[in-house]
Design a protein around this ligand. Sequence first.
Ligand code: ADP
Ligand code: MG
Length: 439
Amino acid sequence: MLKIDIIEELEKELSNSDYNNYIKKLTYKKASSSSELIVFEAPNKFLANYIKTKFTSTIQNICFNLIGSKPSVEIKLVGEKRRSKKDILSEQISSSIPENTMLNQSYTFDLFVVGSSNQMAFNASKAVSDKLGILYNPLFIYGGTGLGKTHLLQAIGNKAIEENKIVIYVTIEQFMNDFTFSIKTNKMENFRSKYRKCDLLLIDDVQFLSGKEETQKELFHTFNELHTSNKQIILTSDKLPSQIAGLEERLKSRFEWGLTTDVQIPGLETKIAIIEKKSELNGILLSKEIINYIATTLDNSVREIEGLLIKINASADLMGQSIDLHLVQNLLKDQIKEKKDNIKLPNIIEVVSNQLNIKPSDLKSSKRTANVVNGRRIVIYLARELTLNSMPDIAKFLGMKDHSSVSKNISKANELIEKDENFRLNLENLKNKIINKDY
Ligand code: ADP
Ligand code: MG
């Protein structure tokens, strides 16, 4: 009796989403004869914790109205075998290093959240996956770090494996290591038959081909062999083929033979959808408020969002804390501080210098050419935003007289962010590379 009434009363009392997301998943177990204790079962610890913190007093008030007393509320776990610390850690480790030779099973189309930032790349990947070797060959996916290129690449691979295709997934570095090892050990025949006899060759991060002449030559022949026999090739990179410095013209043109598509930084709605999906997958229950808070605070890569969810999961599980906004704010603060601690001024100079093709010594000089002035402004803006350095620190590092010119540069950068879309995008891209240590 009591069970039905309580759940029914809760439905009346709470919002639809609170009821459907949380309360509906509870099972009522028992009330002690004295009605001093009522027990529910929840399918997992996160739900149990969440309900206990958020809804205990509502449940108690309802009981008071029904039976005239306020019992203690206990939420027990059911079904779920509790994961050991070891399980949780190994899960975290495997999800934080997807770039090994094995395909990550969780990189599937189903688990990829589609929004306007990645719609084209997703559609192209699915289309190619349905018609391997026939539709767009090669498919070239490019874009910033942590935005889902590897995920899409491996989703195509996972699907092809299900269809019993021979699939090879390598990063360009693995391809190169495999190649040099094969030369050294006189096993080039094995190497060639391996790479030229597959149905689907997936090569991740081809921007690292820059200046690797021998590897480029070998890849060129592999490419031709596969392409003529209608075997599918898919490549990812952080930039367009035409922007990869030191890439042979003939490879550049081949990379552009099929379809080139990009992934961009997700907008707010997509970020929210990603957080919802990832937390659901990990059995973490987050309120709308927390999800919004994360989505608006973390503004770059999806990888960064995942990092935070792993921390939330670990704190809730290992330390027995419930997930509330306060916990998330603290973890986020730590994550942001840790990030800033790890970014040093020379890292910023390195990335800006590489990407904008300006010598580090010029960035630190007082040279006034437009290109250098722009580069220096970007360094200053990023230094302020991404590191713990003060304006005087930054001025000193760049050999400037005092911090007033640092502050002027920051104002100018903010102005440009408002009115110059290209400037803003460029800045986001650089920020993303620095945060993800992609240098
Ligand atoms: P990239 O190769 O572009 O650097 P990844 O594919 O490694 O990025 O993505 C980083 C992490 O973010 C992965 O764990 C991936 O599953 C996740 N991710 C990125 N974009 C999405 C998305 N749209 N939906 C779901 N997960 C995503
Ligand atoms: Mg990648």
